[in-house]
Design a protein around this ligand. Structure first.
Ligand code: 13P
Ligand code: SF4
Length: 403
């Protein structure tokens, strides 16, 4: 047999090397003029200097004015990890699933301004109507996990698996946090997309059709979900795209049920057992709630696990006076704490580490894209390639149809 996946030097995505660009010890995440924020060691999209110098107050006046002028044409969507100074301008907020569903339901609006990351804007473009335009205010707002699954590597893996175990044996599932090209590979090959709020249903669907799953790109969400469904750890293998056969033996692949792509989220893999134990020592009655992108030991030692929307809902519905140690992105944890002053809520990680790519949506970018629309210029439009739009839509629609 000839295999496509060859041993090669591992490549670390640039978004991963920039992951700690905004981590700090002090809790201050207040927005500063962009010219000051760009001193961090991260790439930012270049924009006219006029916008970079505007103070948060000046930006506030201009964004509000522009938004008001464009109100018949635009909608501003925001993922829960956006900073407060962006969330305040959004018309609708949600987790990846809710935002995808919503983007598919507003055909009357010409422009969808997506305050989130690249794969979310791509999804909105796939699910929205042809006449609608999706805009990502800062094009360098990517996702390090999505960047860990390169199209060619996934295609090589897919060919190798089919060669090894035969066709129609494996269902490819991609987490929403992946490029449209990966979603298209899944759609074309009988697979689907999932988010952190429906990964269990997606796996159940896949196992009702075929005997194995290739889960891309988050090994942790894949492992945590598989374990929940009763799959044993020795029935799971990790696919390392930089090693022949993903670093596995022929037998281990043949005997596996779940093949986990070797990807992870740099924000959620910061959480660990020591943090949970310390929080429990300090507050024995604490509730630990984490996102399923955390590692298996963290998830196994938590009381509640779910998407960002689930985390917000669960804490908000908690008893007054309850205490919550949260394992997810800091902008969201701080916002939940501000909105639930009757509870004690804190991030399990004492360092303040925002998702470095979500954080790049600074109000200066929002102001720039809005004022450009006003002057008839469309900036930062996200347009998914026509060749992959149909199959990626199939994979997304299979997800949207899950019970
Ligand atoms: P949610 O779908 O839970 O909002 O997660 C998106 C994400 O990127 C988490 O890192
Ligand atoms: Fe990607 Fe992690 Fe940021 Fe989510 S939190 S957008 S998975 S890097």
């Amino acid at each position: 047999m000839i295999f496509q996946t060859k041993t090669k030097t591992p490549i670390t995505p640039i978004t991963e090397t920039e992951r700690s660009a905004f981590c700090r010890e002090e809790t201050d995440l207040e927005t500063k003029p962009l010219v000051e924020e760009t001193k961090s060691k991260a790439r930012w999209q270049k924009i006219p200097i006029e916008y970079m110098r505007l103070t948060p107050d000046e930006l506030d006046t201009r964004i509000s004015k522009s938004k008001n002028k464009l109100k018949e044409k635009i909608i501003i969507l925001g993922h829960h990890y956006q900073r407060d100074q962006i969330i305040k301008y959004t018309d609708y907020q949600g987790d990846s699933f809710k935002l995808a569903q919503y983007a598919a339901s507003i055909p009357e609006l010409e422009y969808i301004i997506f305050c989130g990351v690249h794969f979310m804007a791509e999804t909105a473009d796939i699910l929205s109507k042809k006449h609608q335009k999706v805009i990502l205010p800062n094009l360098t707002a990517g996702c390090s996990m999505a960047d860990m699954a390169i199209t060619e590597d996934v295609l090589d893996c897919w060919e190798d698996l089919n060669e090894l175990v035969g066709n129609n044996i494996v269902t490819p599932i991609t987490y929403m946090n992946s490029t449209a090209a990966i979603k298209s590979i899944c759609g074309e090959n009988g697979g689907l997309v999932c988010t952190s709020s429906n990964a269990t249903e997606a796996m159940k669907w896949a196992f009702s059709n075929r005997e194995k799953i290739l889960f891309i790109p988050d090994q942790h969400l894949g492992r945590n979900t598989g374990k929940k469904l009763g799959i044993k750890l020795d029935e799971m293998v990790i696919w390392n795209p930089f090693k022949e056969l993903g670093g596995n033996t022929l037998d281990s692949i043949k005997n596996s049920k779940l093949i986990l792509w070797q990807g992870h989220c740099s924000v959620h893999t910061r959480f660990n057992i020591d943090q949970i134990e310390n929080a429990k020592k300090k507050f024995p009655e604490i509730n630990i709630i984490v996102h399923p992108e955390c590692t298996m030991d963290v998830v196994d030692n938590s009381d509640f696990v779910g998407s960002t929307e689930y985390i917000i809902k669960t804490i908000s519905e908690g008893a007054p006076g309850s205490i919550w140690g949260v394992g997810t992105e800091i902008n969201l944890v701080n916002r939940i704490a501000k909105q639930n002053t009757d509870k004690t809520i804190f991030c399990l990680d004492s360092m303040v580490c925002p998702c470095s790519t979500m954080y790049r949506i600074h109000p200066a970018y929002l102001c720039w894209v809005l004022e450009s629309i006003e002057s008839g210029k469309i900036i930062n439009q996200i347009e998914v390639d026509k060749k992959i739009i149909n199959n990626s839509k199939i994979a997304l629609n299979r997800m949207l149809a899950l019970e």
